[in-house]
Design a protein around this ligand. Structure first.
Ligand SMILES: Cc1cc2nc3c(=O)[nH]c(=O)nc-3n(C[C@H](O)[C@H](O)[C@H](O)COP(=O)(O)OP(=O)(O)OC[C@H]3O[C@@H](n4cnc5c(N)ncnc54)[C@H](O)[C@@H]3O)c2cc1C
Ligand SMILES: NC(=O)c1ccc[n+]([C@@H]2O[C@H](COP(=O)([O-])OP(=O)(O)OC[C@H]3O[C@@H](n4cnc5c(N)ncnc54)[C@H](O)[C@@H]3O)[C@@H](O)[C@H]2O)c1
Length: 484
C-alpha cells in the first residue's frame, strides 16, 4: 500500500453518514478514501434500523394473528420460532448489505481502507498499520455507541444492548429494559408481541421531546398490550441472578401523568436490555492533534457542519442533534455541497422528520406545540382524529390523530401524528414545512378515498371552520345568489 495518500476527501466511518458522503463525492469523480474499522453499513444496517424494523415486522404478524378473530378470521394463537425470526432478520440485513459493501464502493472508485483512523496533525491522519492520509477535506462520520449508565453491578452483569439483542439464543422470558426512548419502546413492544414479558424502566418521561398528548397515545397502547412501564424510576443496582438478572429500583423524579408510579424493591428478569441513549466514541480519533473540539455529546460543529478545524467536517451520530439515519444522509448532502462546490450550507434540525416505529407510530416534523409556546409563539392548533377516518374505521384501527401547528395566518410550522403508518403520512407535511406552505395547500390537495392520508387535509380544513359560519361569508353568498 502507498505510504501516503492525498485524496480530495477522506471519510472516516462507513455508516449511513460516511457512505452517503463517499458515494456522492465519488459520483462527481472526486478521489475519495473511506476508512472503516468495523462492519460496512455501520449501525443502521447491522444493529439498528434494519434489524429492529425487521423484528417489528415479525412482531406485527404475531399481533395481527392474535387480533384476527375480531375480523371473523381465526387461526388459533400464534406460535413464535425465535430461530426463524432471527433468520428473517439476517436475511433482510444480507439482502441490503451489498449496497453498503466495500466491493460496491471500490466499484464506485472509492479507496476503502479497513482499520481505525487517528489524526496525526491538523491535516493528516493514519490508519493503524496503514498509510498516512493527507486529504484536502476530511469528514468524520464515526457514529455513536450505546451509553451504559453508571449503575453499580451493571458492568459485571449479563447486559444486552442494541448491538447484541438481535443475536439472542432464545426469546427472553422476561425482558427488563432500562430506558423508554425509541429503542426501548420499539424493541419492548416487539418482544412483548413475540411472547416475552416486558418491563420498561424510565428515569424521566418516555418520549420526552415529543408532544405529550401524542406520546400518551403510544404509552397507553403499550400498556394495553401488557407492557409494565415504570416512569420516574431509576435502577440503583443490577446483579446476575440464578436464572437471569435482578435489578433494584428506586423512585426518582416524578412519574409522568397516568404512569405507574415509580416503586422501590427489586425486580427479576431473564434478560436486561440497556436502551439509555447513545454516546459518540471519539477516543481513538485523537482529535486534539487536529485541533477539533469535542464534548460529551459529540464533536462540536457550526451550522455548516464544520468542526473547529475548518478543513474537517463532522456528521451523523458523531455530533449532537437528531441521531437518525436520514439526518445523517441529509447532512452528508450538505457537506458534499460545501466541500466540493464551496456553497454555503446550514443544517436545520427542525426540518428533520422523525418517527418512533411503535404501533401506533408517532411521527413529527418541526416543533411541537409545547416547544412553540416555550418560545413565546402562540400557534393555531388544528386536529383531526383517526376515529373520523373511514379507512381507519374499516380496519378497526382508529387509535390516534394528527395535530398541525400553524402561524395565525395558516403557515404550517409543524405536525405530530400518532397512528398506524404515521411515519408514511408525515412526509406530506414535511414537504409543506420545508417549502413554507400553508393550510390552504394541504386543504386543496385531492387525496384518494379511503386513505389515512385524508387526515392531514381534514385537519387543515378545520382552519376554515370559523369562516364557514362568519356573517360576512353568509352575506356574500346571499349577495351572489341574487346574481342568478
Ligand atoms: C436499535 C436502533 C434502531 C434504530 N432505528 C432507526 C430508525 O428506524 N430510523 C432512523 O432514522 N434511525 C434509527 N436508528 C439510528 C441510526 O441507526 C443512526 O442514527 C445511524 O446509523 C447513524 O449513522 P452514522 O453513519 O452516523 O454512524 P454509524 O452507523 O455508527 O457508523 C459509524 C461507523 O464509523 C466506524 N468508526 C468509528 N470510529 C472509527 C475510527 N476511528 N476509524 C474508522 N472507523 C470508525 C464504526 O465502526 C461505524 O461503522 C436506530 C438506532 C438503533 C440503535
Ligand atoms: N425510530 C427511530 O428513528 C429510532 C429508533 C431507535 C433508535 N433511534 C435513535 O437511536 C438513538 C438511541 O435511542 P435510545 O432509545 O437508546 O435513546 P433515547 O435518548 O431516545 O432514549 C433513552 C431513554 O433512556 C432514559 N434513560 C437514560 N438513562 C437512564 C437510566 N439510568 N435509567 C432509566 N432510564 C434512563 C432517558 O430518559 C431516555 O428516555 C437515539 O438517538 C434515537 O433517535 C431512532
Amino acid at each position: 500500500m502507498t505510504a501516503r495518500l492525498t485524496p480530495d476527501l477522506c471519510v472516516i466511518g462507513a455508516g449511513a453518514a460516511g457512505l452517503s458522503v463517499a458515494a456522492a463525492a465519488a459520483g462527481f469523480g472526486v478521489p475519495v478514501v473511506l476508512v472503516e474499522r468495523g462492519r460496512m453499513g455501520g449501525e443502521c444496517l447491522n444493529t439498528g434500523c434494519v434489524p429492529s424494523k425487521a423484528l417489528i415486522a415479525a412482531a406485527r404478524h404475531a399481533h395481527a394473528i392474535a387480533q384476527a378473530p375480531r375480523f371473523g378470521v381465526d387461526c388459533g394463537p400464534p406460535t413464535v420460532d425465535w430461530q426463524t425470526v432471527k433468520a428473517h432478520l439476517r436475511g433482510v440485513i444480507d439482502g441490503i448489505a451489498p449496497v453498503d459493501s466495500a466491493a460496491r464502493f471500490a466499484g464506485l472508485g472509492v479507496t476503502v481502507i479497513r482499520g481505525t483512523a487517528r489524526f496525526t496533525g491538523p491535516g493528516t491522519l493514519r490508519v493503524d498499520g496503514g498509510p498516512e492520509i493527507a486529504a484536502r477535506r476530511t469528514v468524520i462520520a464515526t457514529g455513536a455507541v450505546p451509553a451504559i449508565p453508571p449503575i453499580p453491578g451493571l458492568a459485571d452483569a449479563p447486559v444486552l444492548t442494541s448491538e447484541t439483542v438481535f443475536e439472542l439464543d432464545r426469546l427472553p422470558a422476561h425482558l427488563i429494559v432500562i430506558g423508554a426512548g425509541a429503542v426501548g419502546l420499539e424493541l419492548g413492544q416487539a418482544f412483548r408481541r413475540l411472547g416475552s414479558a416486558v418491563t420498561l424502566i424510565e428515569a424521566g418521561t418516555p418520549l420526552a421531546g415529543e408532544d405529550p398528548e401524542m406520546a400518551d397515545v403510544v404509552l397507553a397502547a403499550l400498556r394495553r398490550e401488557g407492557i409494565a412501564l415504570h416512569t420516574g424510576t431509576t435502577v440503583t443496582r443490577a446483579e446476575r441472578h440464578r436464572d437471569g438478572i435482578a435489578v433494584t429500583l428506586a423512585r426518582g423524579g416524578t412519574p409522568a401523568g397516568g404512569a405507574t408510579p415509580g416503586h422501590g424493591g427489586t425486580l427479576s428478569g431473564s434478560h436486561l436490555l440497556v436502551a439509555a441513549g447513545r454516546r459518540p466514541d471519539l477516543a481513538a480519533l485523537e482529535l486534539d492533534r487536529a485541533g477539533i473540539a469535542h464534548g460529551p455529546d459529540g464533536i462540536v460543529v457550526d451550522r455548516g457542519l464544520r468542526t473547529t478545524n475548518r478543513r474537517v467536517y463532522a456528521i451523523g451520530d458523531a455530533i449532537a442533534g437528531p441521531r437518525l439515519t436520514h439526518a445523517a444522509s441529509h447532512q452528508a448532502g450538505l457537506v458534499v455541497r460545501s466541500a466540493l462546490f464551496r456553497l454555503p450550507v446550514r443544517f436545520d434540525a427542525e426540518l428533520i422528520p422523525r418517527t418512533v416505529f411503535t404501533d401506533p407510530e408517532l411521527a413529527r416534523i418541526g416543533p411541537t406545540e409545547v416547544a412553540l409556546r416555550g418560545r413565546g409563539v402562540g400557534p393555531r392548533v388544528l386536529r383531526w382524529p383517526l376515529h373520523d377516518n373511514d379507512r381507519a374505521r374499516a380496519e378497526r384501527d382508529t387509535s390516534g390523530h394528527v395535530k398541525l401547528v400553524t402561524t395565525r395566518r395558516g403557515r404550517i410550522l409543524g405536525a405530530s401524528m400518532v397512528g398506524t403508518q404515521a411515519g408514511e403520512l408525515i412526509t406530506t407535511v414535511a414537504l409543506a414545512v420545508r417549502h413554507r406552505l400553508g393550510v390552504r395547500d394541504l386543504a386543496e390537495q385531492v387525496v384518494p378515498y379511503p386513505t389515512r392520508g385524508e387526515i392531514g387535509k381534514r385537519a387543515a380544513m378545520t382552519y376554515y371552520a370559523r369562516s364557514l359560519t362568519s356573517p360576512a361569508v353568509r352575506r356574500m353568498i346571499g349577495w351572489l345568489r341574487r346574481l342568478g
